[in-house]
Design a protein around this ligand. Structure first.
Ligand SMILES: [Fe+2]
Length: 244
C-alpha cells in the first residue's frame, strides 16, 4: 500500500521521468528504458507477485506441486523483490539526475524486470493436463499452419531450440507484427522477448534448471517434451488476437 508515510515510487517517478530523464547527457535508449520502468509501476507503488490462476498441484505430474511452489514463492518472488529494490534506486537516481547510477542500474532492471514479466506470462500460459486442447480452427491454428505446417511441427522445432539453450533462458512463440507471422525465438537469462526482439510473446517455456530440476533432474528434453501437455492454448490464442 502506498501511504504518505511509505515510500512511493510512482508519483515522484512520473515527475522525474518527465523532468530529468530527458537529460541530454543520458543515452536515448536508457532514457526510454527509465521512463518505461518508472511509469509502468502499478498502483500501490511496487511490483507485486501475482497469484497463480490454479493450485500448485494443478499441473502434476508434468510439473510437481513442489516445483511450482518453489518456482513461484522463491524464484519469481526474488525477481519481484529485486525489481522493487532497483526501481527505488532508479527513482532516487532519476530524481537526483545521477546519470552514472541510472546507467549502472540497467542490468538489474533488465534481469529482474524481465524475470518478473516472463514468469507472469509463464504462469498464465499453463493449465491442468487435458483441460485445454489445441484449437481445431481459428486464428491460432491458421497462423501455426501457415508458418509450421501443423502444431506438431511447431512443437518439434520449438522443443529442439528450448533444449539447445545454453545455460539459462527461455523459448518463446512470438508474433511478428511486421510480417503477420508466428516465430520461435530463444532468449538468454531473463531477457524479455518483446524488448529484445520486437516479437509479441504468445507462449513462453522457462528452461532455467529451477523450472524442472526437482522433477526431471538434469534431463531438460524430458521436461520440454512433457510441458506440451499443460499448455493453455486458449491463453496463447488470446494473446495472438490481442497482438494482431
Ligand atoms: Fe523460472
Amino acid at each position: 500500500m502506498t501511504t504518505a508515510a511509505t515510500k512511493s515510487i510512482i508519483a515522484p517517478a512520473l515527475r522525474a521521468a518527465s523532468v530529468h530523464v530527458r537529460s541530454s547527457v543520458l543515452p536515448a535508449s536508457i532514457s526510454k528504458s527509465c521512463a518505461a520502468h518508472l511509469s509502468s509501476v502499478p498502483p500501490g507503488g511496487k511490483a507485486t507477485l501475482p497469484d497463480l490462476p490454479y493450485d500448485y498441484a494443478a499441473l502434476s505430474p508434468v510439473i510437481s506441486a513442489e516445483t511450482m511452489e518453489l518456482h513461484h514463492t522463491k524464484h519469481h518472488n526474488a525477481y519481484v523483490t529485486n525489481l522493487n529494490i532497483a526501481l527505488e534506486k532508479l527513482d532516487s537516481a532519476v530524481s537526483a539526475g545521477d546519470v552514472s547510477s541510472i546507467i549502472g542500474l540497467q542490468g538489474a532492471l533488465k534481469f529482474n524486470g524481465g524475470g518478473h514479466l516472463n514468469h507472469a506470462l509463464f504462469w498464465e500460459n499453463l493449465c491442468a493436463k487435458g483441460s485445454v486442447a489445441f484449437p481445431t480452427s481459428g486464428p491460432l491454428k491458421d497462423c501455426i499452419a501457415a508458418r509450421f505446417g501443423d502444431v506438431d511441427n511447431m512443437k518439434k522445432e520449438m522443443s529442439a531450440l528450448c533444449v539447445g539453450v545454453q545455460g539459462s533462458g527461455w523459448g518463446w512463440l512470438g508474433y511478428d507484427a511486421k510480417t503477420g507471422r508466428i516465430e520461435i525465438r530463444t532468449c538468454p537469462n531473463q531477457d524479455p522477448l518483446e524488448a529484445t526482439t520486437g516479437l509479441v510473446p504468445l507462449l513462453g517455456i522457462d528452461v532455467w534448471e529451477h523450472a524442472y530440476y526437482v522433477d526431471y533432474r538434469n534431463v531438460r528434453p524430458n521436461y520440454v517434451n512433457a510441458i506440451w501437455d499443460v499448455i493453455n492454448w486458449t491463453k496463447v490464442e488470446e494473446r495472438l488476437v490481442a497482438a494482431k
